[in-house]
Design a protein around this ligand. Structure first.
Ligand code: MTE
Ligand code: MO
Length: 398
């Protein structure tokens, strides 16, 4: 329960315009209700979520519990994590989904297209891992500011929409000199604050367009507001922040946007250093896996050790499991269908476990040959953690 209060307090301490907005949005959770031990009530835009499967860090940050991730490939929408940098727009933007408009710029013709028009240009379904850059932040020792996500700021989702490539083709192709795809979220920004410091606008290398989708459906249903409905950009293989919700503009640009979330935000930087454009941007994800069952205890005898593994920007190739804290490893078996390069794969290792305590870890390798490291270097904002040791679980077998 205290994590809610802690993460709010931390936001207050961080200061700055963005945190003012964050705290205003978090007001739906009353600290008094928490102190009284009442069940935390979810804000209305996520009231339909499966509350027992989620950790409510704040009104704008909900994490899937490790044991709720499940053994299926697809994460059910009502268990998927939620992360909003700004309060979600009003529900009214879903009243007429087909009327939603997105402006495409930096193509031979620039056009504003309605969702209805987009639907005539093509359709595809792609499974991707959606993962926040800060997933695993709680496993760093330096108390990085931000939500202390463990493993559950991630899920595997089926997105349906039009390939960005098809939209660009219909508009005569990308203009010469464009090096980035720069997309903007449709939140209404509070008055009186510098919009560049608040707007969710991200640039990704132009090459990412190849696999990108403008999606209106997830897991077979119209996109809920919490996940970016009516229209969202999906950039397969890239960290969550690049997957712009309520997308209102996609521009092909020579330079990265000068929005704060791009220039200094979401940069991999040494502890204590300020964010700057020459630091690595949180674009392509790295290879990662974790155990989802058992996570605390198991009955002695035959145990199915299960988890999920993904390759980041490349397909996952294999995953090993250790039951002795990384001294020895055994190859696990993938479970269920392979939904492609950008999806995760559930895995299982069957083991005979006698009573005792076991440190169970997993370690994935992708098709590019990258394997999860034992440790991941500390960095100011606690991004990108894929070190296998800290992701291990301690299981008591009796
Ligand atoms: N418009 C908009 N898009 C956004 C965000 C946001 O605040 N506004 N948050 C980003 C971040 S940091 C993440 S991790 C993902 C979270 O997606 P989800 O809430 O659907 O799980 O959305 C990204 N896209
Ligand atoms: Mo994120």
């Amino acid at each position: 329960m205290t994590e809610v209060i802690d993460s709010r307090r931390r936001k207050l301490l961080v200061g700055g315009a963005a945190s003012v907005v964050a705290v205003a949005g978090a007001a739906a959770i009353s600290p008094r209700a928490l102190a009284a031990g009442e069940k935390k009530s979810f804000p209305s835009y996520v009231a339909w979520k499966e509350q027992d499967s989620l950790i409510l860090h704040s009104a704008q940050t909900l994490e899937t519990k490790r044991e709720a991730i499940g053994a299926s490939v697809i994460t059910p929408t009502d268990r998927l994590f939620v992360r909003n940098n700004l309060p979600a727009p009003d529900e009214s933007i879903l009243a007429d989904r087909d009327a939603w408009q997105v402006t495409i710029q930096g193509t031979k013709q620039s056009r504003t297209l309605s969702l209805a028009e987009l639907k005539t240009l093509g359709v595809e379904t792609v499974a991707t891992v959606l993962q926040c850059s800060g997933n695993g932040r709680a496993f760093f020792d330096h108390k990085a500011s931000g939500t202390p996500w463990q493993v559950g700021a991630a899920g595997c989702v089926l997105w349906t929409g039009v390939p960005v490539r098809k939209v660009v083709e219909a508009l005569g192709g990308v203009e010469k000199g464009a090096k980035f795809m720069t997309s903007t979220g449709g939140e209404v920004l509070p008055q009186g604050l510098d919009p560049k410091s608040l707007v969710v606008e991200r640039s990704v290398p132009l090459a990412a367009m190849e696999n990108a989708l403008l999606a209106w459906e997830m897991n077979g249903e119209p996109l809920p507001l919490a996940h970016g409905g009516p229209l969202r950009l999906i950039v397969p293989g890239y960290y969550g922040v690049n997957n712009i919700k309520y997308v209102k503009q996609v521009a092909f640009t020579e330079r990265e946007t000068d929005a704060k979330i791009q220039t200094s935000g979401y940069r991999m930087r040494p502890v204590g250093e300020k964010g700057a454009p020459d630091q690595l941007s949180m674009w392509e994800m790295n290879v990662k896996s974790w155990v989802t069952s058992p996570v605390t205890s198991a009955a002695a005898g035959r145990v199915q050790i299960q988890g999920v593994a993904f390759g980041g920007a490349h397909a996952v190739k294999s995953v090993e499991v250790s039951i002795d804290g990384g001294r020895s490893w055994r190859k696990a078996r993938f479970v269920g269908p392979d939904l492609g390069q950008f999806a995760w794969r559930p895995f299982v290792l069957e083991a005979e476990l006698k009573p005792g305590t076991y440190t169970i870890a997993s370690r994935a390798t992708n098709t590019k040959g990258s394997t999860q490291p034992e440790e991941f270097p500390e960095n100011e904002r606690g991004y990108g953690h894929n070190g296998w040791r800290r992701h291990a679980v301690e299981v008591t077998v009796a």
